[in-house]
Write a protein that binds this ligand. Structure first.
Ligand SMILES: Nc1ncnc2c1ncn2[C@@H]1O[C@H](COP(=O)(O)OP(=O)(O)OP(=O)(O)O)[C@@H](O)[C@H]1O
Ligand SMILES: [Mg+2]
Length: 510
């Protein structure tokens, strides 16, 4: 029997008003058919990706390296734990006996803005599982203030597009877990975080979470409609056995506890280490007993067997994040400007200056964002309406952004030659990658090239490709016969490319 025949709006209205009071307003909207792939097709694809998981820890590590700078310990531990976890799930799906498996839930410690969340986001993306991130402080024991920890699991289903099976393989990431610690004081244990720890305990082990929250009106309504349609209520639950839990926090004060336990004598050798290295060492010695003293239930910590610490980042790391991370914020700024047709380039000097300023913010890599936001605020507002179509950010720009902006507006072509040099870098990189040959354009070569390209209404790179058509072959031969592998291209080379190449060859055979 179809849904529409059975559905009685008046009945639903009465039901809801009885349950939630007569103040509840009920309206009905016509049902909209969903377009595109069916839910089944969609979920099959994702599930297959999870079940086809065949990464090795090293491959996961290499993927993380593309985005996350430093945090070697965390990368290693996470890659291994995630491989074990998903291989185990695969085993279970092939009906291997998996009752005795101990899940590798993870504690990730470390100061703010050093990549804890970022690591997990990248992991979840690689594995292709739904991922939910929340703050532990949001939850309360009863669920009436804030939310109930079961909501985390329901959110996974939401992220999985309603696919319960996929949600059952998801990752839950809980931040600020250290705020749940309830240290023993003179009056015994404080109980506020205790209840939430208990709630999480159940989830981390194995439990069935009802798909519909008992405290949520919308899901109760859905239940009612289903009951109307089918004459019975299907009991839908999510099993948490295979959900991986990762919790994190700064754990301020934990290193003191560890230090006290280890004793002054054993850490005497740390004399020559920096404060950061000491902190990292102490945190990597953390044991369950330290967490218990910190204020966690033994049962809670017992279910989080993998413990790892992310170290604080320094100026050099910030520089590397800007320059090498595929998630570098500079890419975002480049894209932002490019959407107005403006190209920007960063010198290494500029990146160093931004890194130094970020360090002073004391918010980890988030400081990079703060610094860049301040730096480019006026540029982003002013330049979209201005003829400036390119500029180079160097140390002076970082130190005096307004001054540079004024100069640019007075002379939109101010950075043109330098921009051309940046474009030529692409050619240099190509040569290096293809032939192992270093070519280098001098500033006056760049100047001349840009003038000539402009004359012929061409862009610099295609102009160069024509001009130096014979160089790929010629320089490669030269390198093979003479071993010479670096060439400087100056304005005289640009004036007479063929002559210069001949001269280089002649010099070689003399
Ligand atoms: N090690 C890193 N390598 C590359 N980028 C990083 C690194 N650490 C942080 N970032 C950048 O900074 C942003 C914020 O970092 P993230 O959210 O991971 O901080 P967190 O360690 O979780 O801090 P919190 O404890 O405050 O939640 C990331 O989105 C990323 O862009
Ligand atoms: Mg975080």
């Amino acid at each position: 029997m179809g849904f529409d025949k059975q559905f009685n709006p008046e009945e639903l209205k009465q039901y809801l008003q009885k349950k939630y009071g007569s103040g509840v307003q009920v309206e009905f909207f016509p049902k909209v058919e969903q377009e595109g792939t069916s839910e089944d097709e969609h979920s099959a694809f994702n599930i297959q990706k999870v079940l086809a998981f065949n990464y090795k820890p090293r491959e996961i590590r290499e993927y993380l390296d593309r985005y996350v700078i430093q945090q070697d310990d965390a990368k290693k531990v996470l890659s291994t734990a995630v491989c074990d976890h998903y291989h185990h799930i695969q085993g279970c799906s092939k009906e291997r006996d998996c009752r005795d498996y101990k899940k590798q839930n993870i504690i990730l410690m470390g100061p703010t803005g050093v990549g804890k969340t970022y690591l997990i986001q990248n992991l979840a993306r690689l594995v292709g599982v739904p991922f939910v991130k929340a703050d532990a402080t949001k939850y309360s024991e009863t669920g009436y203030v804030g939310g109930d920890v079961d909501d985390l699991i329901r959110e996974l289903v939401h992220q999985a597009g309603g696919d319960i099976q996929l949600a059952e393989y998801g990752i839950v990431y809980l931040d600020e877990i250290d705020k749940l610690a309830t240290p023993i004081n003179v009056l015994g244990r404080d109980v506020s975080g205790h209840g939430v720890q208990r709630g999480l305990l159940k989830l981390m082990e194995e439990t069935e979470v009802p798909l519909r929250s008992p405290t949520d009106v919308a899901s109760q309504m859905q239940a009612f409609m289903e009951f109307q349609a089918k004459g019975k209520l299907e009991k839908k639950t999510i099993n948490t056995r295979h959900i991986l839990f990762i919790v994190s926090g700064a754990f301020t004060g934990l290193s003191e506890i560890i230090k006290r336990r280890i004793g002054a004598k054993q850490i005497g050798f740390m004399g020559e280490k920096t404060t950061l290295e000491r902190e990292h060492f102490l945190f990597s010695e953390a044991q369950s007993c330290d967490f218990i003293e910190y204020g966690f239930e033994a049962e809670f910590i017992g279910r989080l067997p993998v413990v790892v610490h992310c170290n604080a980042l320094e100026v050099a790391d910030f520089f590397n994040i800007l320059k090498y991370s595929e998630g570098s914020i500079l890419k975002q700024y480049k894209r932002d400007f490019l959407s107005y047709g403006i190209e920007i380039f960063f010198t290494d000097d500029a990146m160093m200056a931004i890194a130094e300023r970020a360090q002073q913010e004391r918010t980890g890599a988030r400081g990079l964002m703060t610094v860049c936001e301040k730096l480019f605020r006026d540029y982003k507002y002013v330049l979209p309406d201005h003829p400036v179509k390119e500029f180079v950010v160097n140390r002076e720009t970082v130190e005096n952004p307004e001054g540079k902006l004024q100069e640019l507006m007075a002379n939109p072509k101010r950075d043109h030659v330098q921009v051309v040099q940046f474009r030529l870098l692409r050619l240099q990189e190509e040569f290096a990658a293809k032939y192992g040959i270093q070519i280098q354009f001098t500033r006056d070569a760049a100047e001349l090239l840009s003038a000539k390209a402009e004359e012929g209404h061409q862009d610099v790179l295609s102009y160069c490709n024509e001009l130096f058509r014979d160089y790929e072959h010629g320089l490669n031969l030269l390198r093979k016969s003479s071993g010479r592998d670096s060439f400087v291209i100056d304005s005289s080379t640009v004036m007479d490319p063929a002559g210069t190449l001949e001269r280089w060859i002649r010099e070689n055979y003399r």
